[in-house]
Write a protein that binds this ligand. Structure first.
Ligand code: B1M
Length: 214
């Protein structure tokens, strides 16, 4: 079995220890952190699909999430962050997963990529209320506000944040980027954000473009 197959096998077996070892072994074989990330993301997607079909239980979703989070935060994120060159803080990003949603693996990767691209990152965490997003904009005056969600049921919160910023006359002070599995470019446009990104790298590129720093 190749190193990357071992990564997939460990995650599909919900084995955090094996996943950590397989991730480490892949890195030792000079497989790039991004490639390993892609295998982890694809495996999680497969697990999600099986969960949706009723072939797996919530306990499996929890175990796979915890295993992935550990391997990513211990082995991959530090390297992904190193891949960028921090020349100067080129802007500030406040980012969070919206209220009702506790999925934060993808949001954490997006935050790391912004950091590695030279942004100051204010991580608001997960299950972030509309009020907390607004408070963050008032307090930190970020150049970019990032909202992540993986749940269709939490999508409307993204719209509520945009509306609240409009009501507080803060909308023009910040660029808004949204992302996460149920988010589409059409949705991003419909609710009046400045950008949509499918993955972490794209999020940074969109951010740089919006600030005219491409
Ligand atoms: Co949940 N879950 N989950 N889950 N979970 C999904 C999202 C689901 C698609 C699985 C499925 O049924 N197929 C489904 C949502 C269906 C929907 O709404 N359409 C689902 C469900 C239903 C649920 C619960 C409701 C289950 C239940 O309780 N019955 C529950 C909800 C809890 C809550 O939030 N209130 C739940 C719980 C959980 C766990 C806590 C167990 C765990 C999360 C652990 C954690 O995050 N700390 C979990 C997991 C692990 C998943 C899956 C399997 C994997 C998610 C993940 O981490 N992917 C997921 C299936 C799937 O993804 N298809 C699923 C890897 C990650 C790197 O990718 O987060 O997509 P992703 O991030 C990417 C891009 O989306 C993008 O860039 C990232 C990096 O490239 N991106 C952005 C993300 N945010 C961005 C922001 C940007 C730009 C790009 O700009 C700001």
């Amino acid at each position: 079995m190749s190193e990357l197959e071992a990564v997939k096998d460990a995650l599909l077996g919900f084995d955090a220890e094996k996943l950590a070892k397989a991730t480490e072994a892949s890195l030792k074989k000079n497989i790039s952190p991004q490639e390993i990330m892609n295998v982890i993301t694809a495996s999680l997607k497969l697990i999600g699909e099986k969960f949706e079909k009723g072939e797996l239980l919530l306990v499996h979703l929890v175990a796979s999430g915890e295993a992935a989070k550990r391997a990513i935060s211990e082995y991959l994120e530090p390297l992904l962050s190193k891949e960028g060159t921090v020349v100067a803080k080129i802007g500030t990003v406040a980012i969070g997963t919206v209220a009702g949603d506790i999925h934060d693996i993808g949001k954490n990767i997006v935050a790391s990529m912004f950091f590695s691209a030279g942004f100051k990152v204010i991580d608001l965490g997960k299950d972030v209320s509309v009020e907390s997003f607004i408070k963050a904009v008032e307090q930190h005056e970020p150049d970019i506000l990032g909202m992540s969600t993986l749940l269709s049921t939490s999508l409307p919160i993204q719209r509520e944040v945009v509306e609240a910023l409009n009501n507080k006359k803060l909308r023009e002070t910040v660029k808004i980027i949204v992302g996460g599995a149920p988010v589409t470019p059409e949705w991003a446009e419909e609710i009046g954000t400045d950008g949509y990104a499918e993955d972490a790298l794209e999020a940074v590129n969109v951010g740089l473009r919006l600030l005219g720093k491409e």
